[in-house]
Design a protein. Structure first.
Length: 260
């Protein structure tokens, strides 16, 4: 189980809960900067600084949600992943989606070339490479079949972990796990799947992440409280909030004075 913090504070609390690894969330980070989760909104330099910040804040492996490698060509992807490894990432994921709405996925030969380039760029670093097939999220007409075709090709190209975000149900998850075995599969957990960690594990899923789920949960509480104040003048939404004292005590326990 690899949850996704969106800033230092959320990363520290997830470590406090005993999680053994963390992963960044591109959308959660973008929202925290007042930006959309859209190509070009968050630059590569911004993403690298965020990865470095989270990795430095916790003594845990941190995997980077590294979008499409911030480059359309294989050579650019290789350069990007080298920089991500240098920023402190213990792992990273590369998507096969493009910035072109008329052609939302890279053609398979180029997509495979990009994963192979990422593998070469990470040679000798020990960084875990996750390859993502974005078929479900990009509206492919046959997302399950195409995801499997792509994930199998990415495994051959050197990916360590395979990931098809947006799997719709238990049957789809099992099909993907069986089709790419023995390569480990990451699954994006959502409320719609209605599955617990133990149930994912029983199907052979090796890794679970939540993407923007935790960030959106925080935004949900904020939006609800702000709207109630704006629309009714009531502060009732604060009733069950964690106290400032409790948060202060937690962060005081993690505070390190900067060295002079």
């Amino acid at each position: 189980m690899i949850p996704n913090p969106w800033d230092i504070g959320s990363a520290l609390y997830l470590r406090h809960l005993g999680f053994q690894a963390l992963a960044t969330t591109s959308s959660g980070f973008a929202f925290s900067r007042g930006l959309p989760d859209r190509a070009g909104a968050v630059t590569r330099d911004m993403a690298l600084a965020h990865v470095a910040e989270i990795a430095a804040a916790v003594d845990l492996p941190v995997s980077a949600d590294f979008e499409s490698g911030y480059a359309p060509d294989a050579e650019g992807v290789a350069e990007s992943v080298r920089l991500c490894a240098a920023a402190g990432a213990a792992g990273l994921s590369i998507e096969d989606s493009t910035e072109d709405r008329s052609r939302p996925l890279y053609e398979l030969p180029l997509a495979v070339e990009r994963i192979h380039a990422a593998r070469q760029g990470l040679e000798g670093t020990g960084v875990v490479l996750t390859a993502r097939a974005e078929c479900f999220l990009r509206g492919h007409p046959d997302p399950l079949r195409e995801s499997i075709r792509r994930l199998q090709a990415y495994a051959e190209a050197g990916a360590d972990v395979l990931y098809a975000p947006g799997l719709r149900d238990r049957s789809d998850i099992q099909t993907v796990v069986d089709a790419v075995s023995p390569k480990p599969v990451n699954v994006l957990a959502t409320a719609a799947l209605e599955l617990r960690v133990s149930e994912f594990a029983a199907m052979g899923v090796r890794r679970i992440s939540v993407g923007s789920g935790l960030a959106r949960a925080a935004w949900t509480a904020f939006l609800r409280a702000a709207r109630v104040i704006s629309e009714t003048g009531s502060f009732a939404e604060f009733r069950d909030s964690v106290s400032g004292g409790a948060l202060n005590e937690f962060f005081a326990g993690n505070f390190k004075r900067p060295e002079r």
